[in-house]
Each structure stands twice: as C-alpha cells, then as structure tokens.
Design a protein around this ligand. Structure first.
Ligand SMILES: *Cc1c(COP(=O)(O)O)cnc(C)c1O
Length: 434
C-alpha cells in the first residue's frame, strides 16, 4: 500500500515505565524542537498537551515574526508592499516552497490563501460542475461537519438533492474504519454518475489515514475528480499530492501546522489544471496575471498555477505566523517527524491499551496499522468518558473531546515527549470513576 513510505523501524518493544520513556527521549533526534514551543502552564508546570490536532502550540519564532511585520507597517506604511526583506506584494510566494515540500507538490501547484472551508468551496466551484448525468459526490461518512455542510450546499446550489447526490461510504457494521476496497467499490458502483470524490486525508474522529493514491486512481477510472481535505493530514503525514495525482486539495494551518488560531489555508491544484486558464473559477485581482495586476483593466487573465485562484491580497499577519511555523517543518523534515510519530503514537497506543485492560475505560477506534494513521489515537469511552476527560483537564492534561464519546489524543512529534505520554498514563491510572 504505502510501501514507499515504510520507514525501517525495528519492531518496537515498549515498556510503560518512566525509565523507558526517558531513554526514548534521550535518543530522540528531534528532542531539541520541544524547546522551540510555548507550553500553557498548569499550577506552575507545562501542561501535557495532546491537542496539536486541534490547535498546535505556539512556536517561539511567531512573536518576532509578527513584530517584524508590524515594524514594516510602522516604518514604510503602504510602501511595505514593495520594500523591506519580505515585501507584502509577494508575500504568498514566500510560502510556496515550504508548502510544496510539505504536501509533495511543485511550488506552482500550491498557494496559501483564505481559510480552509472558503478554499474548499473555491475548489468545488472549479471542479464540481455537475450535469444531470454526472452529479454525485462520494465522501466518507462522518466527515468533519464543515465539509459536510460545504458539500450539501454545493449540491443544492446546483439544484440537486443531497440525499441523492451525496454518496457516503461508511464502515461495515461492527467496524470502526473504512476499508479501501469499500471506498473503491462505492466509487465504481456509482461510476459515471460521480463528479467528485472528496475525502479527508485523515478522518478527524477516528484518526484513520486514507489510502489517497488508491482513492484518486479509483475516481479517475470513473472519470471523476479527486479532491482531498488535508486538515488533519498536513504536517502530520508525508504527502505526495502531485504523484498521487490528486486534482485538488485544501488544508488548514492551525492544527498540526502550529500557525495560530484561524490561521490561513493552503490549496493545491494539480498542474494539469493549474495551467488551464479556461478552467472556470471565482476570481479576484490577486489571481490576475501579476504583470498587469495594477493596470486595473477589464478581462480576467489568471496567473498560472494555484496562484490563479487567489482572490485577495495576502493576510500578512497570519501568513507571517504560518511562515515562521513552516520553517520549523522544513528544518525538522517530514520523514524524521513521521518516524518519531510512529514510535510516539505506538507508545501511546501501548500505554492506553494497558490502561484499558486494567480499567476498562475505553476502546481504541484508531486503526492499529501504523500505516493507516498519523499522530492521533482516539479512545471511545463509556458513560464515564466525559468525567475522565474533565479529570484530565483539571490535572493539566489537554486532550480533545468529540461528541458523542471520544477522547482524542494527539502525540505531536515536534513537541511531545515519551515522558509526556507516560505521565498522562499515570494520571489516568490514578483516576477514580465518579
Ligand atoms: C478543522 C477542519 C475544518 C475547519 O475549517 P475552517 O474553515 O478552517 O474553520 C474543516 N474541515 C476539516 C476536515 C477540518 O478538520
């Protein structure tokens, strides 16, 4: 399946002890990155932060990056668009190389702009142009609600009925995740009625990492486009959007990418579409050919590549935070992050399994196969789940509760340690059911 990315790991033997955790931390080649982040404090100590899949921690480099842009504004006023080290006029370009490496794209295939759901709609404007014969959208059941609402309203906007036009692929009865063969079968069953296959990269609830190349190939076999929402995948897993042949993709920057609340979104448009100026889109001046952008003339002429989907000039402050964060990913490298993520997530799984055997508190619903997940373990709890979540919060462990009854733990390789995982496990062990 994803043999390409298989990292040579000896079969790890885990031990749920402080010694083991500390030994792993000492051997961790990424351990110095932890110090580059700011941890919220609880009773004078850093919290155990397992919520990087919801809002990543603040890199220490963000504040100076924001101050530099405020200085630029103070010093140059409007001329900041053309002066200084990072003239605002070109700011989106200062993010292209890093974004391209992050998602496995050519630099001209990516652009940072807007926010995630906005970009999802913009991509659907170009790629979902249904006809009475080909109008269906195939997606995962239980997708993140914003994606569900976006698809539902796209379908209605074109005059179709979501109940008919949206095909959801659900796990088999008694199973927690989707089988690739079932996704492919649904696409094939709906065949030439499928206009777009829209999948998350990683499902936010279960943490399942979908087989994106297989999904893109199946979509293309029936003549549909393949689009991916990588909100929980970008910065979490190595991606190869160009080679996987995705038609488009979008992601946000505030989860694993640590770029701050409401941070900007990235978008990918495969070059076979990006270089097609005839592809319909909603346009704004920033997507117009930059050599004539300020001539203020009629007649939209898109930039080549993903830049041709930009509407507005760059949101400099949020882009500056994103740029500071992307530099950390570039320095650490996704391959090294993935290797640590596999070990750290495996350790968390081991600790949670031990606890659930002892205390029957929860059942892991994230795939057991390390190739089918990133830095997340979701624990399905019983009726006491919310009390356990609240107990953790009161004791300085930041996790994430998702209705109806899941606690999500994200052990993030940039700033979480094996000791964090061990200490969290000790706290759960001491929990008294209330
Ligand atoms: C987090 C997330 C969103 C949030 O969308 P915004 O437009 O950034 O608020 C949307 N879709 C998915 C799949 C997400 O995980």
């Amino acid at each position: 399946m994803r043999g390409f990315y298989q990292i040579n790991l000896f079969h790890m033997q885990y031990e749920n002890t402080l010694d083991f955790a500390r030994q792993q931390d000492q051997q961790d080649p990424l351990r110095r990155y932890r110090d580059q982040f700011i941890f919220p404090q609880h009773e004078g100590e850093s919290v155990l932060y397992f919520c990087g899949n919801s809002l990543g921690l603040q890199p220490k480099t963000v504040r100076p990056a924001l101050l530099a842009e405020l200085d630029q504004w103070a010093t140059y006023g409007v001329e900041g668009h053309f002066r200084g080290d990072l003239p605002w006029m070109y700011y989106h370009k200062f993010l292209s190389q890093q974004s391209a490496r992050l998602v496995g794209a050519q630099p001209h295939e990516v652009v940072v702009m807007n926010t995630l759901t906005v970009n999802l709609h913009l991509m659907m404007v170009s790629f979902y142009r249904p006809t009475p014969d080909r109008y269906k959208i195939v997606m995962e059941a239980g997708a993140f609600p914003s994606d569900q609402y976006a698809m539902e309203t796209q379908v209605r906007w074109h005059g179709f009925d979501p109940a008919d036009a949206i095909v959801e692929v659900a796990p088999r009865p008694g199973e927690d995740h989707l089988r690739t063969e079932d996704i492919v079968a649904q696409i094939e069953k709906n065949g030439d009625q499928v206009a777009v296959v829209l999948f998350g990269g990683v499902n936010y609830y279960t943490g399942q990492f979908f087989d994106l190349p297989a999904i893109a190939a199946a979509a293309h076999r029936v003549g549909a486009y393949a689009g991916f929402d990588l909100a929980h995948a970008a910065g979490n897993l190595p991606l190869e959007l160009h080679d996987w042949n995705a038609d488009f993709a979008v992601w946000c920057s505030y989860k694993y990418l640590n770029s701050g609340p409401g941070g900007p979104s990235g978008a990918f448009v495969h070059e076979r579409h990006g270089n097609n100026p005839g592809l319909p889109r909603f346009a704004g001046w920033w997507g117009h050919d930059e050599s004539e952008r300020f001539q203020m003339r009629k007649g939209f002429k898109p930039m080549r590549g993903a830049e041709g989907w930009q509407l507005s000039n760059a949101q400099i402050l949020s882009f500056a935070a994103h740029k500071a964060s992307l530099e950390i990913f570039d320095a650490a490298g996704m391959a090294a992050l993935r290797e640590k993520s596999r070990k750290l997530t495996g350790f968390l799984e081991f600790v949670l399994d031990e606890l659930s055997q002892e205390k029957h508190l929860f059942r892991i619903i994230t795939p057991r196969d390390p190739d089918a997940r990133g830095s997340q373990i979701s624990a399905l709890t019983d009726d006491n789940g919310k009390a356990l979540f609240d107990y953790l919060t009161e004791n300085g462990v930041i996790t994430d509760w998702r209705e109806p009854n899941v606690i999500r733990f994200a052990p993030v390789p940039l700033y979480n340690s094996f000791e964090d995982v061990w200490r969290m496990g000790q706290l759960v062990r001491q929990a008294r059911p209330r």
